[in-house]
Write a protein that binds this ligand. Sequence first.
Ligand code: NDP
Length: 310
Amino acid sequence: MPETLLFHSDYDDAAAWSGALKGQLPDLDIVVSTQPYDPAAVRYALVWQPPMGFFAPLANLALVTNLGAGVDALVGRADLPGVPVTRICDPEMARMMASFVLMAVLRHARDVPELERARRARRWHWVNPRTAGEITVGILGLGELGARAAREVAGQGFRVKGWSRSPKRLTGIETVHGLGALDGFLADVEILVVMLPLTPQTRHVLDARRLALLPKGAKLINVARGPVVDEQALIAALRSGHMESATLDVFEAEPLPQDSPLWEMENVLITPHLASVAIPASAAAQIAENIRRLRRGEAPLFQVEPERGY
Ligand code: NDP
């Protein structure tokens, strides 16, 4: 009997994923959760935010793959089955994220928000450009995406510092780890990039007190998850002038509510959670490799630790 992979996502293109996976594993039967299927035949689930109870009928499930890098919507669930849970760690996804982060860092470093304001007022406003080495970029989270982005930014000549949970060694990047090091880390960061997963430990890790530790005129780029930053505290810091500007791809509530004050703030660039996406053509190879590994009796790669939250 052929093995079945069950696909569920309200956002992703099921046909593109099916086609890419079929190219890798022609013997795999791929079904979409909106179509009828036999739950007993399902060995693998490729999912983004499935409804509660989704996994209950899947008695022969052997692997859950989260259709994305961030697993916060999956790992806290009471109905998560006791099988390995993996996520997408795709080099193309890391490249797309790194290019977005670099774009946002350069935009702040080259004073683009200020130039855009001047241009709207028909003002010829010359800003003395600074060299990259004069600017310190701090990256919170040095994982698959954060480490890649850190290297990309360092490659442009910025001074780059990184913070993670466990010790890291990355050439050309100053690293510290652990909550005890965070306050000191923030003190000289001009451009702060948030690349942390959302877990109970990271929720609101950037609160009003920590935002106040950043030097006056600091900029924030959040491409991870909205609730890692206390949004109300961020709005207050941007309004008071303590923080100069922000690039926000993620928010505490998405889509960003119509009545959010962020829409009115000239010093905030809003992008609708698109810094990086899982790309079927490249990520299918990783998913297929994990299925092959399971068939050989080996542990899958890129496993998530649900009790850790990422
Ligand atoms: P990883 O799991 O590979 O890396 C997470 C990093 O955060 C690690 O360096 C980890 O430390 C660090 N970290 C986790 N918890 C803590 C903590 N309590 N204190 C300090 N450091 C901590 O994740 P990725 O790099 O793949 O992705 C990061 C996040 O980006 C995702 O979780 C997701 O939410 C978001 N994302 C956003 C997208 C978008 O389009 N906006 C697209 C894709 C992802 P350590 O190395 O020690 O474990």
